[in-house]
Design a protein around this ligand. Structure first.
Ligand SMILES: Nc1ncnc2c1ncn2[C@@H]1O[C@H](COP(=O)(O)OP(=O)(O)O)[C@@H](O)[C@H]1O
Ligand SMILES: [Mg+2]
Length: 238
């Protein structure tokens, strides 16, 4: 996945806001990247652009060789369903469906048959085998988030986007989720892009990107908590 000269402005004239101000990025296949930065620095806007949920004012996004700017609405919808997975802080599970039905829903919507062996493998690795018949209300926050991750991984998307995936979880569930996201990269070759405010969570990533006022302000490779904290302090002072 690549972002080339990415700019996103909202509004016009006096009240115009440049949320993303010229970002160039390349993501390696299987890479786990954390995106950090102060509130309002453009993290969510950047994720939405990369995921094809929003259209850049300038520049373009290329996912596995496909330039998103060349796609129509239907093709974009299809790309989002088949090549991209999402994990949100609020889980976004369907309350009336069981865990299993939630996990299978995106494939069902795109008319694809689930790979049963892969389904079993994901469910086992996320320790959900005893929870498949439960509805979200009957699951803990950590279990609900694991269902959301299973749902994102099952379609074997090229890229998984996670916006504060551990924000609502206790520390040990959070670490487990981060471990699984890491594994998605190392074992399944999926690229993972995660927004986080937590410098410890960021150390699970291969690389941390720091945003400040919509621009890339720094990068930390093979991050340690200390290096992330230092880079964050730098970005805030920008
Ligand atoms: N739909 C929108 N309309 C107008 N301004 C927006 C919109 N979305 C985001 N912004 C502005 O763009 C900037 C970046 O926002 P955002 O990407 O949500 O930052 P972050 O996720 O880092 O907190 C902020 O100034 C925000 O107010
Ligand atoms: Mg945000």
């Amino acid at each position: 996945m690549e972002a080339i000269g990415l700019v996103r402005r909202f509004g016009e004239g006096e009240t115009a806001v440049t949320a993303v101000a010229g970002v160039d990025l390349g993501f390696r296949r299987g890479e786990f990247v954390a995106v950090m930065g102060p509130s309002g620095s453009g993290k969510s806007t950047l994720m939405n652009l990369l995921a094809g949920l929003d259209t850049p004012t300038e520049g373009r996004v290329v996912v596995e060789g496909t330039d998103l700017s060349g796609l129509g609405d239907r093709q974009l919808t299809r790309l989002r369903r088949e090549r991209v997975g999402f994990v949100f802080q609020a889980f976004n599970l369907m309350p009336a469906l069981t865990a299993e039905q939630n996990v299978l829903l995106p494939l069902k919507l795109s008319g694809r048959r689930p790979d049963r062996e892969f389904f079993d493998e994901i469910v086992r690795s996320l320790r959900l085998q005893d929870r498949l018949g439960h509805r979200p209300a009957e699951l803990s926050g950590g279990q609900q988030q694991r269902v959301a991750i299973a749902r994102a991984l099952l379609a074997r998307p090229a890229v998984v986007f996670a916006d504060e995936p551990t924000g609502a979880l206790d520390v040990s569930s959070g670490h487990e989720i981060l471990g699984r996201l890491r594994e998605a990269g190392t074992r399944l070759g999926q690229t993972v892009v995660m927004v986080t405010h937590d410098p410890v969570a960021a150390t699970y990533a291969d690389r941390v990107l720091l945003l400040s006022d919509g621009a890339l302000h720094g990068t930390v490779e093979r991050p340690t908590t200390r290096a992330v904290l230092a880079a964050m302090a730098g970005a805030e002072g920008a």
